[in-house]
Design a protein around this ligand. Structure first.
Ligand code: ZN
Length: 154
């Protein structure tokens, strides 16, 4: 195995073992979306606190395979502090990389490039993109109390 592949695998294992921002967000006006990947049994709920500067906080809860949970963890780290436009652009770039032939290194995805390894396993691509489709739904969700959530299925 190449050292790059090992590094990527280490990123995924680390984020699966110790997911970042793994908690519900209980703030006024939180945006929430629930994603479901029935093929693998992965579930991810994404919470966003959007302020005038963009994504002030992004958190998630979920259960499923290592790739789905690591992807959600990496996603919350990547978008926190970004403007809504930057978040949309990253989301687009990530999803295009996951279905395209573009080497992830060329897309400036940083640690997210670790997830692109699953492109070799088409069944797992949905595991890696679940959190991102759910993020998109949360971005477009009406601000609401945490009881209401948009539902997405990949
Ligand atoms: Zn999965």
């Amino acid at each position: 195995m190449s050292s790059l592949k090992e590094l990527y695998q280490e990123v995924i294992l680390d984020h699966n073992r110790q997911p970042r921002n793994f908690r519900p967000l209980e703030v006024e006006g939180v945006r929430k979306a629930e994603g479901d990947n029935p093929l693998c049994g992965d579930k991810v709920t994404v919470y966003l606190n959007l302020g005038s500067e963009g994504v002030e906080e992004a958190t998630f809860e979920g259960a499923g395979c290592a790739i789905s949970q690591a992807s959600a963890s990496l996603m919350t780290e990547a978008v926190t502090g970004k403007s809504v436009e930057e978040t949309e652009a990253l989301l687009q770039r990530f999803l295009e990389t996951m279905k395209g032939e573009i080497p992830p290194e060329l897309e400036n995805l940083g640690k997210l490039a670790a997830l692109a390894g699953v492109r070799d396993y088409p069944m797992r691509v949905k595991c890696a993109t679940l959190a991102w489709h759910t993020l998109r739904a949360a971005l477009h969700a009406e601000a609401a109390h945490a009881v209401e959530a948009v539902k997405v299925e990949v």
